[in-house]
Design a protein around this ligand. Structure first.
Ligand code: HEM
Length: 139
């Protein structure tokens, strides 16, 4: 069984960081996508080739799925584990979305969320702890 976090303090700080970004930006989707497209050269093609004509819908859904996954990972939820054990391989094998693209997407999400937290705040440390805990799964 995949071992994931179950840390309430971490969850509370990560939730706080998500709220700060939501309050500052409203919908964070455009920020996450522009960061992802800047950082991952083939990113636009991966989305457009998988979108079936509904690009914004897919972009928005993947931001939501990522938020859900990251919070679930902090909580140690069954759903987050299922994403790691089933959705990630499904992306790689069937959707032809490589692991490094998924990692770049998660990093773009975390970058946007971290941008509204001061580096001295506990939430900044929590985001970096979360990223380190994810590292073994994002290779
Ligand atoms: C890197 C760019 C990504 C692309 C191009 C992409 C594309 C897709 C597509 C085409 C689907 C199936 C159709 C749909 O449900 O609308 C899907 C489903 C899904 N994606 Fe993504 N995705 C990406 C990143 C992510 C990330 C980072 C996560 C979470 C960590 C994620 C989680 C999911 C989940 C949970 C589903 C539904 C279940 C499944 O089909 O496995 N995706 N994604």
């Amino acid at each position: 069984m995949t071992q994931i976090l179950a840390d309430e303090t971490l969850l509370a700080e990560v939730e706080y960081a998500f709220e700060r970004a939501a309050n500052a930006y409203g919908d964070i989707t455009p920020k996450v996508l522009s960061r992802f497209y800047e950082s991952y050269p083939n990113g636009r093609e991966l989305f457009s080739s998988n979108a079936g004509g509904q690009l914004s819908l897919l972009e928005g859904n993947m931001v939501e799925e990522t938020a859900f996954f990251l919070l679930g990972f902090c909580e140690g939820s069954q759903e987050a584990e299922t994403i790691l054990t089933q959705s990630v391989p499904h992306h790689i094998q069937t959707l032809k979305v490589p692991m490094d693209a998924m990692t770049a997407f998660i990093d773009a999400f975390l970058f946007v969320v971290a941008s509204k937290v001061d580096t001295s705040e506990p939430a900044a440390a929590a985001l970096s702890q979360l990223r380190s805990a994810l590292d073994p799964y994002l290779r």
